[in-house]
Design a protein around this ligand. Structure first.
Ligand code: AHR
Length: 503
């Protein structure tokens, strides 16, 4: 047993939490759409072909915003292919994932699904094979009230009222050599600027995100953002960042380095964006859209990424998550919350089957992967203001990051309900942590409303179709309040949520 101290004060806030931080992602890739969220003929499918078992799990997961239609798929997508009568939609080769795309699911189906899932849409435009012209037309089709050919076409397609989609991504990972029609930062910065201008002319109420680096270790990392923002700073609101955590040394203590690295990644992008602001003598601050993040390292071989013969909805990157993956994702959520002054949107990539927290079998069951839980709990419990945590904890040195404190924590306080929630990881792998959390200025006459832990003795434990509940949250009975101080015992290698509220 060892001790760690966490101190927060109501007067010291990082920021109001933007609930769009708890977003996910649906791409036309593998089985995310087809046999994921959409499977006509499935025993639970409704008249639209939406799997109700997946919808229920999605609501339980609690994403607030969902990115669509890609990913890499976006850079070769013709939005027109996915609207109108289904029997007239073209079947195309999807060059991103070497699959056959039937277009039986498209914009209007997604918007219907998003409504049923209670999520806001985050759309992207194709800046790979196409450009500003299709972007303005796509936006006009979606958001213009009526009286033009495209807005009337939407009505003909059964959608009378505009979709009013607010958040738009200007392409996807345009720095990556794998991207269809990749661009240099100069080329992309220019096209992002011009696309943003025409899109804003169509609908001035939209929010726009430019593509940042696909990973923090891209060769152009930093200079990419600098050049891109040099061009489009005035026209965009967000810069995106993506990351997929690797377990490079197959050692949990090293794997945790990803959490610290994510914090550094965010702070570096903020520094670059603010550097551009300084150069432009601008008070404007560009916000961060962490619109792809997750663990992804097991299902990454060429066989996981593409199947021969242009199949429809093949099994691509169906990563099976284990317990340690859930811990790393929990840590990433903590880091994002602690950077909530600049990270305003984020998307766990993806939602179903494709590196998903939810898995399905065609015609069969749906179940929760291990990574489902930290996300679902963060989305359920994190409301209000993120307080600045002061952490005193022993730690260790790793190859992946020079200093890793055993305690990783975030505290969110909701003035409306009076609830304060502690999210904490004990990164010590063999010892209990005695946590002393001082919640200053938040009231003394309170109680522990709920204390939950995610723990398993086997870091490699997984949830499968046959054993879907191997890793799941349980109550932590070793939590009490002493005045304004929470005293808790956190198991070695565990994710914890402690909710403090009014008596
Ligand atoms: O999420 C899987 C893929 O990873 C996305 O399509 C792409 O944007 C990223 O490289």
């Amino acid at each position: 047993m060892f001790s760690s101290r966490l101190i927060v004060d109501r007067d010291f806030a990082i920021s109001e939490l933007d609930r769009r931080m708890f977003g996910t992602f649906v791409e036309h890739m593998g089985r995310c759409v087809y046999t994921g969220i959409y499977e006509p003929g499935h025993p639970t499918a409704d008249e639209n072909g939406f799997r109700q078992d997946v919808l229920e799990l999605t609501r339980e997961l609690g994403p607030t915003i969902v990115r669509y239609p890609g990913g890499n798929f976006m850079s070769g997508y013709n939005w027109e292919d996915g609207v109108g009568p289904k029997d007239q939609r073209p079947t195309r080769l999807d060059l991103a994932w070497y699959s056959t795309e039937t277009n039986q699911f498209g914009t209007n189906e997604f918007m219907q699904w998003a409504k049923a899932a209670h999520v806001e849409p985050m759309f992207g435009v194709n800046l790979g094979t196409r450009g500003p012209d299709q972007a303005r037309h796509f936006l006009e089709y979606c958001n213009h009230p009526g009286g033009t050919t495209l807005s009337e076409l939407r009505k003909e397609h059964g959608v009378e009222k505009p979709h009013d989609i607010k958040f738009w991504c200007l392409g996807n990972e345009m720095d990556g050599p794998w991207q269809i029609c990749r661009k240099t930062p100069e080329e992309y910065g220019r096209i992002a600027l011009e696309t943003a201008k025409v899109m804003r002319s169509v609908d001035p109420t939209i929010t726009l995100a430019a593509c940042g680096s696909s990973m923090w270790d891209m060769p152009t990392y930093g200079t990419w953002e600098d050049t891109v923002l040099e061009h489009c700073f005035d026209e965009v609101d967000f810069i995106s960042l993506h990351t997929y955590f690797q377990n490079k040394y197959d050692a949990t203590e090293e794997f945790f380095g990803n959490i610290e690295q994510t914090d550094q990644f965010i702070k570096e992008i903020v520094a670059v964006a603010d550097g551009v602001a300084a150069r432009k003598k601008s008070k404007k601050r560009i916000m961060l859209s962490f619109d792809e993040w997750n663990v992804w390292y097991k299902a990454r071989s060429i066989d996981d990424l593409r199947k021969p013969g242009w199949p429809q909805a093949p099994r691509l990157i169906e990563e099976v998550y284990n317990f340690e993956d859930a811990l790393v994702n929990g840590g990433a959520l903590i880091v994002m919350m602690n950077n909530s002054d600049r990270v305003k949107t984020a998307c766990l990539a993806q939602l179903v089957n494709v590196i998903g927290p939810i898995m399905t079998e065609p015609g069969g069951e749906a179940w929760r992967q291990t990574i489902f839980y930290p996300f679902a709990q963060a989305s359920r419990f994190a409301h209000g203001t993120v307080l600045r945590p002061v952490i005193e904890s022993p730690g260790y040195e790793a190859k992946t990051f020079p200093e890793i404190p055993y305690l990783c924590a975030s505290v969110v306080h909701d003035e409306n309900t009076g609830q304060t929630v502690i999210f904490a990881l004990n990164r010590h792998l063999s010892e209990d942590m005695e946590l002393k959390a001082e919640l200053r200025g938040l009231g003394r006459n309170r109680k522990v409303v709920e204390a939950l832990e995610l723990h398993h003795t086997n870091m490699k434990a997984t949830n499968t179709r046959e054993a879907p509940d191997t890793v799941k949250p349980a109550a932590n009975t070793h939590v009490r309040l002493d005045g304004d101080t929470v005293l808790a015992t956190l198991k070695p290698g565990s994710w914890n949520v402690i909710v403090i509220g009014q008596q």
